[in-house]
Design a protein around this ligand. Structure first.
Ligand code: NAD
Length: 490
């Protein structure tokens, strides 16, 4: 598949970086170069922010809401029309299996349609009558130029997840995509160009975090930063944004527990647990990477898991039958492998599937179970972000809650039991932003998304995104001649 080199998208034009620099983008399946990417830095961020600022004070800011939302619907329609072309680009760039990227792209179109509808139906203020003397009411205004910083693990979906509410509520945007997955961000820019949004409403600056990303965070005319990525990066961005009082939304890492009791539906829990850790190649923020099994089902469940791990189809991400593809980059592959080595040093037993011989060029890590894990081992505490599941055993409810919560992250949790009281009890006791009972990770777009502890700050999704992407303004109106103190009057 031939893919052209990637430029920046600033003020409605595809341009090279001011410095003229480019970096190479690699195919995770072959480790050959796919294309070259314009390497933006502070000069390009500056130009993009200027364009976004002018669009906010100009056509986009002055546009009627109904007209703005027509653009948002148009973007959704164009994404839908191009799913069969965007999904292969995403798989080529990230190594994610095509059967999964197709669903992600379809979800991306829904993100735009959903926020167009949410803004027309739910972006509302409140009004308070004050003893017949006053009316106080609130309105929601866009904040200004929004900086969106995104990771490589589900790029198109996560970019649209932020972009749809940011634009639908009337902000303009400068986006800095993950440097390891730049291709579909530009396909999104092409779609927005085709939808004929006014120049400067949406801008993309590719480049590295420490240069392009950091300049976006530090820019005084950028009012907010929505960030998805690693916890350490989130901390750095929060610090760097403090000087300009940035409003931040942080969607960070996870090490989420799945707790399976002896009365759970065995086969469904097995399906959900296997999918939850090995889908998206294990590069999934909400992955159930820590499995807590009730002692009485431990042996049976582990042997069923071993069978699944051996049978998972590892292969070319473009093949519709592939279930696990190559990891994003050689460096990430090495990091995940180093955790498997660490597991052995820490005393765990490693059980892995087999990678077919012909796949030796790609960044393949076979689906792996870490058995005999103790919760205080690093492999049970640190985010590996690959197809690696740490398996632990428990006897009692109190014990498993303590173990599940004994981790710095708090993004997601999963509970499997047929006892309805226990299900809710455990779900509410797990320190995580989102908990699923007898369910895999499916979510309705109206529901808030986000984590607690080291997994994030704030919630996006549903109407919760309005709290982040809009400013609430209060108008106080006097309805009569209320008392006003008369200082200095004789
Ligand atoms: P990362 O933190 O390395 O990079 C994310 C983005 O931040 C990239 O665009 C990068 O260039 C940029 N960046 C890096 N340093 C920066 C700096 N100093 N200033 C500004 N920008 C900077 O994350 P990654 O490796 O791309 O993504 C994987 C991580 O993302 C995992 O930890 C995963 O759990 C997390 N994630 C979280 C969610 C969620 O919703 N909670 C969703 C997906 C991924």
């Amino acid at each position: 598949m031939e893919v052209k080199d990637i430029q920046l998208y600033i003020n409605g034009k595809f341009v090279d970086a001011v410095s003229g620099k480019k970096f190479d983008n690699f195919n995770p399946y072959t480790n050959e170069r796919i294309n070259r990417v314009a390497e933006g830095d502070s000069a390009d961020i500056d130009a993009a922010v200027k364009a976004a600022h002018a669009a906010f004070n100009g056509p986009w800011g002055k546009m009627k809401v109904s007209e703005r939302l027509r653009y948002i619907h148009k973007i959704a329609d164009l994404i839908d029309e191009h799913i069969d072309e965007i999904a292969p680009l995403e798989s080529l760039d990230t190594g994610l299996p095509i059967s999964q990227t197709k669903n992600m792209v379809a979800r991306s179109a829904q993100n735009f349609r959903f926020y167009a509808e949410m803004v027309s139906s739910r972006l509302a203020g409140e009004a308070y009558q004050v003893d017949g003397d006053f009316l106080n009411y609130t309105i929601r205004k866009p904040v200004g130029v929004a900086g969106l910083i995104t990771p490589w693990n589900a790029p198109f979906m996560l970019e649209t997840w932020k972009l749809a509410p940011a634009l639908a509520t009337g902000n303009t945007v400068v986006m800095k995509p993950g440097e390891l997955s730049p291709i579909t961000a530009n396909r999104l820019a092409e779609i927005i160009d085709q939808a004929e949004l006014p120049e400067g409403v949406f801008n993309v600056v590719h480049g590295f975090g420490e240069t392009a990303g950091a300049s976006l965070v530090a820019h005084p005319d950028v009012r907010l930063i929505s960030f998805t990525g690693e916890t350490v990066t989130g901390v750095e961005i929060t610090k760097n944004g403090a000087d300009t009082l940035k409003r931040v939304s942080m969607e960070l890492g996870g090490k989420s527990p799945i707790i399976i009791f002896d009365d759970a539906d065995f086969e469904r829990a097995l399906d959900a647990c296997t999918w939850g850790i090995f889908s998206f190649n294990g590069e999934r923020c909400t992955a159930n990477s820590r499995l807590f099994l009730h002692a009485s089902i431990y042996d049976d469940f582990v042997s069923a898991l071993k069978e699944r791990v051996q049978n998972i189809v590892i292969g070319d991400p473009m093949d519709p039958t592939t279930q696990v593809g190559p990891l994003i980059h050689r460096d990430h592959y090495k990091k995940v492998k180093s955790y498997i080595d660490l597991a052995i040093q820490e005393g765990a037993e490693v059980f892995s599937g087999k990678i077919p011989e012909h796949l030796h060029k790609g960044n393949f890590v076979a689906p792996t179970l870490l058995l005999n894990v103790k919760n205080d081992m690093r492999v049970a505490q640190e985010e590996i972000f690959g197809p690696v599941l740490a398996v632990m055993k428990f006897e009692k409810e109190d014990q498993v809650i303590e173990l599940a919560n004994d981790v710095k992250y708090g993004l997601a949790g999963y509970v499997w039991t047929k006892d309805i009281q226990r299900a809710h009890r455990i779900a509410q006791a797990v320190d995580a932003g989102m908990v699923w009972i007898n369910s895999q990770n499916v979510r309705d777009l109206r529901i808030p998304f986000g984590g607690s502890k080291a997994s994030g700050i704030g919630r996006e999704g549903g109407h919760y995104a309005f709290d982040f992407y809009t400013e609430t303004q209060v108008i106080h109106v006097a309805l009569g001649n209320h008392h006003i103190p008369q200082f200095g009057k004789k």
